[in-house]
Design a protein around this ligand. Structure first.
Ligand code: ADP
Ligand code: MG
Length: 494
């Protein structure tokens, strides 16, 4: 669990990347610094050697003039010249303590590699044969090697350069500077890096754990709360961490989801209660009638009339169950619409004809104002059912002498059907609820209706990508407006 936690992963990655970056940085730093230091040392040695050569030359020029007794035309070569050897020795004795040469060892060799002069406390040794080999060809030579100073051997950077005269090797200057300091600097750097790198990684890790802990604390609290949320406990909400970050927006989204679930659970529960209630009434009527009938022996006529009454209740129950099934299918989106071109004028005319009997019985007139031509793509039977439901209500809730008018019209991409009655209407406050299941404005007045007709009508309209709405028809009555897209998507809401 710990190894798989986000906390652990973030911290580990953080540490790994930082360590890698520091390691590369340290390597580059170390490499560049050591290169720079050794280049600088080499440059210094080279320039000291040049300086020594020039300085010895000045000594020699003065001496040469002395020996030649002022005759500048007399030439001596320095090679194997006893006077030059003396000069070189004198130069070393006098100049070796110059500020320029502090910390630098100087050795002068003759053209055969034999020592002529050297700084104090340095053994007089013959020039190393492999160096002599280079120098004889006129090439400079660099190397790191041990030199005995005061009987103690230590590592030096050694530069050996030939001094030529008339294209012949005349003598050799060798300068050397101790590498101890350079190595100490690099060793210190190496040590710092080796020590600092793990230290930084550990510190980063610790601060990372702290930061991540701080960031993820609300998540742990959220997890605890979520554990307590069950179907029975949907009122619980996450407390907002107040961080205004992704975690807060996650908590907000989660709360919104729980609210939606809660609403849907509540409405499902309400629906179940309504169903039980609605089925209970006809069932108890049926039960009562049967019990009364069976109390004593009855005549065949009495049995027949009781059975007729029972059948009525059974039909009523079957009606409710059939309507509930229809709604359940729309909810589950398992209703497949048989979409086909549909002439709305014709369809409404058929519906009006079919329902005319009822209207005549109630002495209500129906007037249909057709549109030019209005074909839509829709499921004929469903649309028929939808219009029948609304018309049936209009007749049911309009007293005799009333008038119902149906207006079909086209508006942009939709067909509008207005069904206007001059009936009893309903209070404005009831309008938002009349499409709810089992909702009836006056529970007592409609023993005939179940309050499912408008729910089914709305489901049909929505399944076609349309909608249905109701408003008051002033001064009295109600207007229902069905709006259906002409090119129905017939998606059944999905
Ligand atoms: N044309 C109308 N005039 C007045 N009230 C209506 C009209 N249509 C519907 N209603 C109200 O809306 C309620 C719901 O209608 P509906 O779902 O069709 O149920 P039912 O017709 O079974 O009562 C009705 O009970 C009624 O109170
Ligand atoms: Mg109805």
């Amino acid at each position: 669990m710990l190894l798989q936690s986000i906390r652990f992963k973030i911290v580990l990655w953080h540490m790994f990347i930082l360590s890698l970056a520091l390691f590369v940085f340290g390597m580059v730093l170390y490499h560049n610094l050591s290169l720079k230091i050794s280049n600088d040392t080499d440059d210094i040695l080279r320039s000291r050697a040049k300086g020594i050569e020039q300085s010895i030359n000045t000594y020699w020029e003065a001496e040469r003039m002395n020996i030649a007794d002022g005759d500048s035309k007399v030439h001596f070569t320095k090679e194997d010249n006893i006077n030059f050897i003396k000069i070189a020795k004198r130069w070393v004795g006098e100049k070796i303590n110059d500020p320029d040469l502090i910390n630098i060892i100087v050795r002068i060799f003759d053209a055969h590699g034999s020592p002529i002069a050297s700084s104090r406390n340095i053994p007089m040794e013959h020039l190393n044969s492999h160096i002599f080999y280079d120098v004889k060809k006129g090439a400079d030579h660099f190397e790191n090697a041990y030199i005995y100073v005061n009987e103690k051997s230590s590592l030096f950077r050694i530069f050996t350069t030939p001094v030529m005269e008339y294209k012949r090797l005349s003598y050799v200057v060798q300068v050397a500077s101790p590498l101890v300091q350079l190595h100490t600097v690099l060793r210190n750097l190496r040590f710092s890096l080796l020590f600092l790198l793990p230290l930084t990684a550990v510190l980063t890790g610790l601060s990372g754990i702290f930061l991540v802990q701080l960031t993820l604390r609300p998540v742990n609290q959220m997890i605890e709360t979520i554990h307590q949320i069950t179907a029975e406990n949907l009122k619980l909400r996450l407390t907002m961490p107040g961080t205004k970050d992704e975690i807060e927006s996650l908590a907000k989204t989660f709360n919104e989801m729980i609210t939606r679930l809660d609403e849907s659970f509540t409405s499902q529960r309400q629906f179940m209660e309504d169903i039980s209630h609605e089925l209970k009434t006809p069932l108890s009527v049926l039960k009562g009638e049967l019990e009364v009938t069976l109390k004593r022996i009855r005549s065949p006529q009495e049995y027949e009339s009781a059975l007729h009454s029972n059948l009525e209740e059974v039909n009523r129950l079957a009606g409710i169950v059939e309507n509930l099934l229809t709604l359940a299918r729309f909810d589950a989106k398992t209703t497949t619409l048989q979409a086909a071109p549909l002439d709305l004028n014709l369809l409404i005319k058929d519906v009006v004809e079919a329902i005319q009997v009822l209207a005549i019985q109630k002495e209500v007139t129906i007037q249909f104002n057709r549109a030019h031509t209005l074909d839509i793509i829709a499921d004929k039977n469903q649309i028929k059912r939808l219009i029948l439901n609304i018309l049936d209500n209009a007749i049911k809730y309009t007293p005799s002498g009333g008038k119902i008018s149906i207006d079909l019209s086209q508006q942009k991409d939709s067909a509008n059907i207005d069904i206007v009655d001059t009936g009893i209407g309903m209070p404005e406050s009831e309008l938002p609820y009349i499409f709810d299941r089992f909702y009836r404005v006056d529970k007592s007045r409609s023993s005939i209706g179940f309050g499912l007709g408008l729910s089914i009508s709305q489901s049909i309209a929505m399944a076609h990508g349309g909608k249905i709405s109701a408003r008051a028809n002033l001064p009295k009555g109600t207007v229902f407006t069905i709006s259906l897209p002409i090119k129905s998507k017939t998606t059944n809401g999905s």
